[in-house]
Design a protein around this ligand. Structure first.
Ligand SMILES: O=P(O)(O)OC[C@H]1O[C@H](OP(=O)(O)OP(=O)(O)O)[C@H](O)[C@@H]1O
Ligand SMILES: Nc1ncnc2[nH]cnc12
Length: 172
């Protein structure tokens, strides 16, 4: 199935020079959404995955559906101030700014295998921070799955120690 034509591109959002890849047009199409989730779940089978971890907000849309499809647990990775228990955090750079991610310290036990799911790989800062948090908690990052990869931003290089799969690639 060709899903690339379901992604809407909006230039100069959220600021000038950014070519924004909008996935809302893909996920409102039930067949395209299902295809993406099943493809990601299929890529992750036979990897002995215990949990899917995904960052808010767009990561939750895909990550929780992939976890459900695989019958494994879901770990939400949030912005600061949202999780009620004891947390581990990590600051990172975005294509357009800075941010911080937070996970419950007890979400992962030592040696448990985690797959990271997000809608888009740009600079790779978000998932790198997420991977470092998982490792800080004693988990193993078994793979990273993306719907979209912006190849020129070299997110793959920043995360070269991890297995990375993406479904649709763009130059910018
Ligand atoms: O590879 P990177 O350069 O780190 O960029 C990719 C991240 O940026 C976007 O999230 P954003 O922080 O805009 O948050 P949102 O999901 O809440 O819209 C996107 O959903 C990825 O998580
Ligand atoms: N160009 C882009 N489009 C959509 N989401 C993004 N997150 C980081 N860069 C992005």
């Amino acid at each position: 199935m060709d899903i690339s034509d379901k992604i809407r591109i909006i230039e100069d959002f959220p600021k000038k020079g950014i070519s924004f890849k909008d996935i809302t047009t893909l996920i409102r199409d039930g067949e395209a959404f299902k295809y993406v989730i099943n493809t990601m779940a299929d890529n992750l089978k036979d990897k002995n995955i215990k949990y899917i971890a995904a960052p808010e907000a767009r990561g939750f849309i895909l990550g929780s559906a992939v976890a459900y499809a695989m019958g494994v647990g879901f770990i939400p990775i949030r912005k600061p101030g949202k999780l009620p228990g004891e947390t581990i955090s990590y600051e990172y750079d975005l294509e357009y700014g800075k941010d911080e991610l937070v996970m419950h310290t007890d979400a992962i036990d030592i040696g448990e295998r985690v797959a990271i799911v997000d809608d888009l790989l740009a600079t790779g800062g978000t998932v790198n921070a997420l991977a470092k948090i998982v490792e800080k908690a004693g988990g193993i990052v078994a793979a990273m799955e993306f719907l979209i990869e912006l190849e020129e931003l070299n997110g793959r290089e920043l995360n070269s120690e991890y297995e990375i799969n993406s479904l649709v690639k763009y130059n910018v």
